[in-house]
Design a protein around this ligand. Structure first.
Ligand code: IPE
Ligand code: IPE
Ligand code: MG
Length: 260
C-alpha cells in the first residue's frame, strides 16, 4: 500500500505516466512471449546495507513474486528465471545451503497463489544434484501446477548452458550409437530438442540486473537472437516499473533475424 502511494506521489511530482496507463499501452503492441532474467545483485544489495548476503537473497525472492504476477498479467507465456548456476556451488557452503532452502520457502509461501493464478511451474537444470529437500519442493510444485495453462514460470536451478550442451550431446551421441538417428538428421531443431529448454520458444527478451554485462553461462544456444536489456538496478530493488520499462524498450527495437 505504502509503495503504491509513493509511486502515485512520484508520478504526480515528476509528471510520469501512471504505471497502469503504461501497461495498457504495452498491450497494444507485441508483448515478448518468453522473457528470461538473470537475477543478479542480491549480495551487493545486502552488502550496501551492511547486512549478510542471505538477506539480499531473501529480499530477491519477494521480487520473484512481483515480477511473476506482472508477467502473468501482461500475458507473457514463459518467464525463465536464473536462480542458481552450475558455477554457484563455488560459493561458501553456508550461502549455498541458504540458496537451496529458498525454493522451499518460496513455494511453501506462494504455491497456493501460483495455483490460483493458473501459473505452471517448471525447473530446468541438473536436478539430480540438488539436495533432496530442494528437489522435493520443486517436484511438488511442478506436479501440482502441471495442468495450469497460464504463465510458465521456468526456474533455471543448478543450470549452466555448457553443462546442458555437454549432457545433450552425450544423449544425442548415444542415440546415434543405438541407430536412433542418422548424421543427416542433425539440424538446429534436433539439437534444440536435446536441450533442457525443449518445448519452450527461445527467449525474446533477456534482462540482467546489477550492471554486469555478461551471460554467465546462461542459455547460450537459445539467446542467439534475443534482445538484451541491462540495468544497474540490483535485483532486490527491481520493480514492476523496471520490468515494464524493459518491455517498452523491447517494443521499440527492430528485430531483423539476419534479414533487412
Ligand atoms: C544473484 O545475486 C543470485 C545468485 C547468483 C544466486 P548474487 O548473489 O550473485 O549477488 P552479487 O552479484 O554478489 O551482488
Ligand atoms: C549468474 O550470476 C547466476 C544467477 C543469477 C543465478 P552470478 O553472480 O553467479 O554471475 P557472475 O559470477 O557475476 O558471472
Ligand atoms: Mg552475482
Amino acid at each position: 500500500m505504502l509503495k503504491k502511494f509513493q509511486r502515485w506521489k512520484k508520478e504526480q511530482q515528476t509528471g510520469e505516466r501512471p504505471l497502469s496507463d503504461r501497461k495498457n499501452e504495452l498491450l497494444k503492441y507485441e508483448v515478448p512471449q518468453h522473457i528470461a532474467i538473470i537475477m543478479d545483485g542480491n549480495g551487493r544489495w545486502a552488502q550496501k546495507r551492511s547486512l549478510p548476503r542471505m538477506i539480499g537473497h531473501h529480499e530477491g525472492m519477494k521480487v520473484v513474486r512481483t515480477i511473476t504476477k506482472a508477467a502473468n498479467n501482461l500475458g507473457v507465456k514463459v518467464l525463465t528465471l536464473y536462480a542458481f548456476s552450475t558455477e554457484n556451488w563455488k560459493r561458501p557452503k553456508i550461502e549455498v545451503e541458504f540458496l537451496m532452502k529458498l525454493p522451499e520457502e518460496f513455494l511453501g509461501t506462494f504455491l497456493p497463489e501460483l495455483i490460483e493464478e493458473n501459473v505452471q511451474v517448471r525447473v530446468m537444470g541438473h536436478l539430480e544434484d540438488l539436495p533432496p529437500h530442494t528437489l522435493r519442493a520443486v517436484e511438488k510444485a511442478m506436479n501440482e501446477t502441471k495442468h495450469n495453462t497460464g504463465l510458465i514460470l521456468n526456474f533455471a536451478l543448478n543450470y549452466g548452458s555448457r553443462a546442458e550442451m555437454v549432457e545433450g550431446i552425450k544423449r544425442l551421441a548415444a542415440d546415434y550409437q543405438q541407430n536412433q538417428l542418422e548424421i543427416e538428421d542433425i539440424n538446429e531443431e534436433l539439437i534444440s530438442s536435446y536441450l533442457m529448454s525443449k518445448e519452450l520458444p527461445d527467449p525474446d527478451l533477456l534482462i540482467r540486473t546489477s550492471g554486469e554485462l555478461r551471460l554467465s553461462n546462461f542459455m547460450l544456444w537459445q539467446l542467439a537472437y534475443t534482445e538484451f536489456w541491462f540495468t544497474d538496478t540490483l535485483w532486490p530493488d527491481f520493480t514492476e516499473e523496471d520490468f515494464v520499462e524493459a518491455i517498452e524498450d523491447f517494443q521499440h527495437r527492430g528485430r531483423r533475424f539476419g534479414g533487412v
